[in-house]
Design a protein around this ligand. Structure first.
Ligand code: FES
Length: 392
């Protein structure tokens, strides 16, 4: 625990203060980057530090730290070289780049060179597929690399140089990058403006500008709110939601039916429902003989959908609550169709041998012939059993 400096502790407090008091555990990810910035990896002491700061136990912190590959479990070099070997980069030569570096550096995945300069890893998509094969050094991109380019980059790093990434700021060490990932600004003079984004990355933005597409009301210069401002805005939003809910309930109460139901003695019945009794249905209360169909707003989605599709048809949705299906709702199938169906059923008995019904050579052709024969017999006024023995 003592390995962490007062500066790191102050930064930890700053990170936690970014989150609402009852959401402080959300600060775990940046805190893990912070402890990694101090030690070069998330050590047992780092796990303990995060747990203590956030009031979690070490198992909870460890579960997160071991889930994400950006948190390292053992000391790393100054430069983390990640080579994408995922599908897109792989077909473009990413695996050759990685294999060449393995051979050149004499280390494998997640291993560090003896001089402590380079940690090598293969990565599963670095989110720059349009620039493949891609490799990153401390998460800054080197696009469209080949084995020779990759070797040149690591050799320059080991010689103390700082090759310029294809995009983004100039390289810093992995510990310095971890501070940025914890949410603190890159304080190097002009570093942020060093490298422009790639053309493919800007394609969507350019298209939006060409077609005059923008997000209504969005101001890219909107300042990030302080926690106090965010809390105040949240409280105001909650109050507005509660007021809207209350107004809605009051409006519903006003629209509720108020016509009194006369009791046997002519006195108005109470509008409420006595405990233990069912509310009276409309036809019960009024003596109406109208069909048992609910008011439009109470119709089930099935009924509404059926009516939308067939506005002129009687509502005929089986099992729809509150709906009576007329006994003649389903028109009888044409006779020819019945005969064809019967012939098909007779020709496709359950196989009984594990085969699906009808899995028999010539069954389809025979079915068609039987259907035709049945139709012909029907046209001739036949009413007896057909060739299949199925009673019509
Ligand atoms: S597959 Fe390599 S960056 Fe996506």
């Amino acid at each position: 625990m003592n390995v962490f400096t007062e500066e790191t502790r102050a930064r930890a407090r700053e990170i936690v203060a970014r989150y609402p008091a009852d959401r402080s555990r959300s600060a775990l990810l940046p805190l893990l980057h912070l402890v990694q910035a101090e030690e070069g990896y998330v050590s047992p002491a780092g796990v303990e530090f995060c747990a203590e700061v956030l009031g979690l136990n070490k198992a909870q912190v460890g579960a997160v730290a071991t889930f994400y590959t950006m948190y390292k479990r053992k000391p790393t070099g100054d430069f983390l070289v990640s080579v994408c070997t995922n599908t897109m980069c792989n077909v473009l030569g990413g695996q050759e780049v990685y294999d060449t570096l393995v051979e050149h550096l004499g280390v494998g995945h997640d291993e560090t060179t003896a001089d402590g300069t380079i940690t090598l890893e293969h990565a599963e998509c670095l989110a720059a597929c349009d620039y493949g094969p891609v490799m990153t050094v401390n998460y800054d991109f080197f696009d469209k690399v080949d084995p020779q380019t990759a070797v040149g980059v690591v050799d320059e790093l080991r010689a103390g140089g700082r090759p310029m990434p294809t995009r983004g700021a100039r390289l810093c060490t992995l510990k310095e990058m971890a501070v940025q990932l914890a949410g603190f600004a890159d304080e190097r003079e002009g570093a942020v403006a060093d490298g422009g984004p790639g053309e493919a990355s800007l394609r969507g933005l350019l298209l939006a500008q060409q077609h005059n597409i923008s997000v209504p009301g969005f101001d890219p210069n909107t300042p990030i709110r302080s926690k106090a401002d965010a809390d105040k805005a949240a409280a105001e939003a909650k109050a507005r939601a509660e007021a809207a809910e209350k107004a809605k309930a009051e409006a519903a109460a006003k629209q509720a039916p108020t016509a009194p139901v006369k009791g046997g003695d002519g006195a108005s019945a109470p509008t409420g429902t006595p405990p233990g009794t069912e509310p009276a249905r409309p036809e019960q209360a009024t003596g109406s003989t109208a069909p048992d169909v609910k008011a439009p707003d109470d119709k089930s989605p099935q009924v509404r959908t059926a009516e939308t599709r067939q506005p002129d048809a009687a509502t005929a949705v089986p099992d729809a609550p509150g709906t009576k299906v007329p006994s003649d709702a389903v028109p009888p199938a044409p006779r020819d169709a019945q005969e064809a169906e019967a012939a098909g059923a007779a020709a496709n008995p359950p196989a009984g041998d594990g085969k699906p019904a009808g899995d028999e050579a010539g069954a389809q052709e025979r079915n068609l012939k039987q259907a035709e024969a049945g139709a012909g017999a029907s046209g001739a006024g036949s009413t007896g059993a057909n060739e299949t023995g199925v009673q019509k």
